[in-house]
Ligand binder design. Structure first.
Ligand code: F6P
Length: 342
């Protein structure tokens, strides 16, 4: 089989482990040839690729980012781009395209499959919001970095008797804020799924300040106050998929909280630090298993599906189901975590 593999969307710790898993499994078990498509869907639009052999993936397991490069190119709704993608697949003689990405990349994978192309998806995002899989790789790394940042901020909060706000990623889903906050015993966790009430938050923080002299608040970039339609952002730019570039609620919140409580508050935006660098072992293992499973799925002709973690096993989810809507934090889970706060 001639396998093409690409990585799309934001970079994520564990992408290289998937590339390695697909390549080693494909070559060693099936005698496949493997082609790495450069820079996500853009590489198929522009016919940019490189062959992948055993030596190419020998040392990449612990590396962050993706050796193939990535982009947020969106060919959906652009027939000319879709035609060029089809032409490159034919020119390279690819029997299958394995696309590693979040909901946007997987939606393109699904669309190509609907158009008669043979595709397999691998879920990836630090946000952990892809439906049809228990976890996405990269998430545990992001949570570890977030929790360590919150631990560090607590020492400053405690020493200066102030509030410290940590802003983490999470556009639609607050999984990173929830778990990084839990792991660092945060005093408040604000997530996109459940808009918060500013008055309530400020009274809680004043009470906490009286009792402990400080508080650490973990907020997801997509969170908003009840009266707002969208999360406050630094700028109004959008990406190729039409998503507003988030980031800025942390500073906005620190400013409001300090104004309304009269207690100093400072913010730290964790940003790309939580997405770059080496993956934790859990993510290396999960990503490697998904890479192996993707090569196996291609050989079983399980096209139009996504490899997925289900309990302890790797299974398959139809791509259509995976991209229907994001997997969000439910009320029961959030309420349980709230009982740990403060
Ligand atoms: O990888 C997902 C994500 O981290 C989102 O939480 C965030 O909004 C987005 O990527 C930002 O990525 P970029 O600025 O690279 O488009």
């Amino acid at each position: 089989m001639n396998i093409g593999i690409l990585t799309g969307g934001g970079d994520c710790p564990g992408l290289n482990a998937v590339i390695r898993g697909v390549t080693l499994r494909g070559i060693r078990k099936y005698r496949d040839s493997v082609v790495g498509i450069l820079d996500g869907w853009q590489g198929l639009v522009e016919n940019r690729s490189r062959p992948l052999g055993l030596q190419d993936v020998e040392r990449i397991l612990p590396d962050g980012g993706t050796m193939l490069g990535t982009s947020r190119t969106n060919p959906i709704g652009d027939p000319a781009m879709m035609r060029r993608i089809g032409a490159t697949i034919d020119r390279l003689g690819l029997d299958v395209v394995i696309a590693v990405g979040g909901d946007d990349t997987l939606r393109v994978c699904c669309e190509l499959h609907a158009g008669g192309r043979r595709t397999v998806g691998v879920p990836k995002t630090i946000d952990n919001d892809v439906r049809g899989t228990d976890y996405t790789f990269g998430f545990q790394t992001a949570v570890s970095i977030g929790a360590e940042a919150a631990d560090r901020l607590r020492t400053t909060a405690d020493s200066h008797h102030r509030f410290m706000v940590l802003e983490v990623m999470g556009r639609d889903a607050g999984w990173i804020a929830l778990e990084a906050g839990m792991a660092s015993a945060a005093d408040a966790i604000l997530i996109p799924e459940f808009p918060f009430d500013m008055d309530e938050l400020c009274s809680t923080l004043i009470a906490l300040h009286r009792r402990k002299g400080h508080a650490v608040i973990v907020v997801a970039e997509g969170a908003r106050e009840k009266s707002m339609k969208d999360a406050p952002t630094q700028h109004a730019k959008t990406d190729a998929f039409g998503h507003v570039m988030l980031g800025g609620i942390g500073h906005w919140l620190a400013e409001r909280v300090s104004r309304e409580t009269g207690i100093p508050a400072r913010a730290t935006q964790l940003g790309y630090i939580q997405r770059g660098g080496i993956p934790v072992s859990y993510d290396r293992v999960l990503a490697s298993r998904l890479g192996i499973a993707a090569a196996d799925a291609a050989h079983r002709s399980d096209f139009g599906s996504m490899v997925a973690l289900r309990g302890e096993k790797i299974g398959l989810t139809p791509l259509e189901e995976a991209v229907r809507e994001p997997r969000l934090v439910d009320l029961e889970t959030y309420e349980a975590v709230l009982s740990l706060l403060g």
